[in-house]
Design a protein around this ligand. Sequence first.
Ligand SMILES: Cc1cc2nc3c(=O)[nH]c(=O)nc-3n(C[C@H](O)[C@H](O)[C@H](O)COP(=O)(O)OP(=O)(O)OC[C@H]3O[C@@H](n4cnc5c(N)ncnc54)[C@H](O)[C@@H]3O)c2cc1C
Length: 395
Amino acid sequence: MMAAISALENGASVTIAEKENRLGKKVLVTGNGRCNVTNMNITAENYHGANPLLTNNIFAQFDNKQTISFFNNLGVVTKVEERGRVFPMSDQASSVVDILTHRLKDLGAKIIYETKVEDIKKIGDEFKVRFSNNTEAAFDRVVIAAGGKAMPALGSDGSGYTLSESLGHTVTPTWPSLVQLRLEGGFFNEIKGVKIDGSAALVANDKAVAKESGEILFTHYGVSGPAILKLSRKAKEHIVAGEKVTLRLTLLNGLDEEKLDKFLADRFNMLHKKAIKTSFLGFLQKRLIPEVLKAAQIENADKKCAEISANERKNIVKTLLAWDFPVIDTNSFKDAQVTAGGVNTNEVDAKTLESKIVPGLYFCGEVLDIDGDSGGYNLQFAWSSGYIAGRSATK
Ligand SMILES: Cc1cc2nc3c(=O)[nH]c(=O)nc-3n(C[C@H](O)[C@H](O)[C@H](O)COP(=O)(O)OP(=O)(O)OC[C@H]3O[C@@H](n4cnc5c(N)ncnc54)[C@H](O)[C@@H]3O)c2cc1C
């Protein structure tokens, strides 16, 4: 959409082939349906891939401020929320997609829906594009803006990679990112739906490699929530490298071992006649209590607080502050927000996004080997790279 708008604004005539029955199906679900359009604070460190510095070249030409002006000029009023995240005032992703679609129509884009690009060949100076309805058309430039393979139900099924490879490009290994983690532990069904404001550290081969704080949601297979999604890229990297990966959960933020031990000692003293399981009411989520006690090797949850030994208390402290779960894997592309890996950025001109292998071919968005953190970074790269690819393709 963005590539088409910038190409049209620069005088090109443009055809968009969209395999779905509407444009921007994935954009519709972004930011929980509110569309986290961009972020006020953007650096190359928010991006990953073999060459995340490519984003510097792109943002130097069209950055988050220009993106906000672009949307403001189209009528999307924006607001900034915590952690610099930018949303439309309407809180509706569909309004962003509608406005882009109106702009495309105003500029005279030809949009062919429910039409998948099956094949692209360069013959002489022309690209011959074959569509799923068995028709063919010729174009002098092509922009591949087909996304990755995250949530294929929303359109991007990985065919952008196949098309790029058929044109001579290489695609770096791809894996799901911003995705939930599957953990070992037989009791997740008992605590699914429980949310905590805690933190999670990723431990690979016994070394802590990353840590995130924030909301963590237990699910029937493991954990989800913003803090977990942020760790997922790193988790998969270490899993793929064959390392033993553990997730260390801290259920209570802001307490060290000593403080928590003292707090529990005082609490057990105060509630000395109560069962240990009852003593946690009002302090821990109810459904977590039996599982925390089991993990702390306290088999009898009816044991009186007065009978809890210092050692047992230490085990509870350890469970509350550093509860270890072996990571089986991440969830699959079906549930992922983005794809890590993609079209090799060494084969693409970092300023124009033109292919170094096939002149006249351009790439933008998630199909490239660039993925961003959660917080508006992925859409920002899609807007900026789309804008640049579309403009370059008209030169
Ligand atoms: C649940 C969810 C929430 C997200 N939330 C955010 C967020 O709040 N902020 C953020 O920055 N990012 C978010 N993202 C990530 C962001 O949506 C993507 O990174 C971004 O949409 C990528 O843009 P794109 O144009 O490269 O690809 P896409 O948006 O995937 O668009 C590619 C389009 O190409 C079409 N297509 C694919 N192959 C073909 C073909 N062969 N022929 C014809 N058409 C084809 C697809 O149908 C699709 O419409 C989220 C993603 C998900 C799944």
